[in-house]
Ligand binder design. Structure first.
Ligand code: MN
Length: 128
């Protein structure tokens, strides 16, 4: 069974890019544009991994990661934080919030698929 990935991203073109890349790699992809819907969507689909845009309207991705970590049911879901700003400070903030991985934009096909594969392997998912 292919891993289920929840993509949180407010930008339409980025969403389409992640969708295409991840589906072509055989993942089962669900897209969410609105940060306010993330926690409900996580509960609904129980993703194996989440890619989390940090810059979202209304609620920051960092805040969402903290909320996921506070909840027993979602605590162990791997999260890859994606930010528009490169820099050690951004990465440290994401990791401190509880992210398992970090990518700065522009995200390339290779960096995206490598970090997802790595995070899934670390969490014991068979890749295929
Ligand atoms: Mn954004």
């Amino acid at each position: 069974m292919s891993a289920r990935i929840l993509v949180v991203e407010d930008d339409l073109l980025n969403r389409m890019f992640y969708h295409e890349v991840l589906e072509s790699r055989g993942y089962d992809v669900t897209l969410v544009a609105d940060g306010a819907l993330v926690l409900d969507e996580v509960k609904r689909i129980s993703p194996d991994l989440i890619t989390m845009d940090i810059q979202l309207p209304h609620i920051s991705g960092l805040r969402l990661i903290r909320k996921l970590r506070e909840n027993e049911a979602t605590r162990s879901i791997p999260v890859i934080a994606i930010t528009a700003f490169a820099g050690r400070g951004e990465q440290e903030k994401a990791m401190a919030a509880g992210a398992n991985g970090y990518l700065s934009k522009p995200v390339t096909v290779d960096r995206l698929s490598n970090s997802i594969r790595q995070a899934l392997e670390t969490n014991g998912h068979a890749i295929g």
